[in-house]
Design a protein around this ligand. Structure first.
Ligand code: AMP
Length: 282
């Protein structure tokens, strides 16, 4: 396994591979790797000659300084996990100065409105930060394919829009959500949950599944009311939003239109940790 901290070192290494016709797969992450991340890596290893994983906690996508400070950083453990997938994976782990120079600021993007829904509403500037770092990383790595998780579905749609706007020639591959045994979507932030709260956390996915069962019998507003009532009295859980939206445009659903897919999206605060999840409803 080779690890690079500089763009130039990584570019030089990858140049040799692409010159001889090899395909590059890319998995961008913020580290603190879990089985969900590793599933993306495995898929990329299966589908490409070389896989690059980036590990970079991107400051500009955090709208909350405390969240950035507390974000787990576990590089040595991450490298050990990567090695269990393949010793041929290339790791890119730059520091903030390498990615941003002396001014850690985002570019501003117009993603056509999807940046203003849900995560965009509750995390101002978040998707400008995501767009800034993902576009830079894609320019450095120049992958044939890049792998993103369905768990961060709005981010996935943002990235699809980003590569269209910036005309970046890469195939974006959507990968399914990996879950804990109790249904909690795996996340690096789960490490910060107390054992008691972790045991309770499966409730979030239970509500999503119950919403999926009701889809078809309930209007979108009916589902929103149902989710809100499920969380009433669940004092440990702070429901930030539960939304039913068109899976492509991410606009809140008013009525269900034929031929469209709909998803439920949820953000919940539990034990001081912000958790998100999503499910396809039809
Ligand atoms: P992160 O390190 O949280 O920025 O995530 C890096 C990539 O892994 C993103 O494309 C995420 O959507 C994806 N990912 C995060 N959690 C999961 C999960 N539970 N299952 C599958 N992919 C995930």
């Amino acid at each position: 396994m080779q690890t690079f901290t500089s763009r130039s070192g990584l570019r030089e290494h990858l140049g040799k591979i692409t010159k001889s016709g090899g395909t590059v797969g890319f998995v961008p992450t913020m580290g603190a790797l879990h089985a969900g991340h590793l599933s993306l890596l495995q898929r990329s290893v299966d589908e490409n000659d070389v896989t690059v994983i980036s590990i970079f906690v991107n400051p500009t996508q955090f709208n909350n300084a405390e969240d950035l400070k507390k974000y787990p950083r576990t590089l040595d453990a991450d490298l050990a996990k990567i090695e269990t997938i393949s010793e041929a994976i290339v790791v890119f782990a730059p520091d903030v100065a390498e990615m941003y120079g002396s001014t850690t600021v985002s570019r501003h993007f117009d993603f056509g409105g999807i940046e203003n829904e849900m995560e965009g509403k509750f995390r101002p500037g978040h998707f400008d930060g995501v767009g800034t770092i993902v576009s830079q990383l894609l320019e450095i790595v120049e992958p044939r394919r890049a792998y993103f998780g369905e768990k961060d579905y709005q981010q996935l749609q943002i990235v699809r829009k980003l590569v269209e706007i910036c005309k970046i020639p890469v195939e974006i591959i959507e990968c399914p959500i990996f879950r804990e045994e109790n249904g909690l979507a795996m996340s690096s932030r789960n490490e910060r949950l107390s054992p008691e709260m972790r045991a309770e956390s499966g409730f979030i996915y239970q509500v999503l599944r119950a919403a999926r069962e009701r889809f078809g019998m309930e209007t979108a507003d009916g589902l929103r009311a149902f989710a809100a009532s499920e969380f009433r009295g669940k004092e440990a859980f702070g429901l930030e939003y539960f939304e039913v939206a068109d899976a492509q445009t991410l606009e809140p659903a008013k009525q269900y239109l034929p031929g469209r897919n709909y998803r439920a999206f949820i953000a919940v605060h539990l034990d001081g940790v912000r958790l998100i999840d999503t499910i396809l409803l039809n």
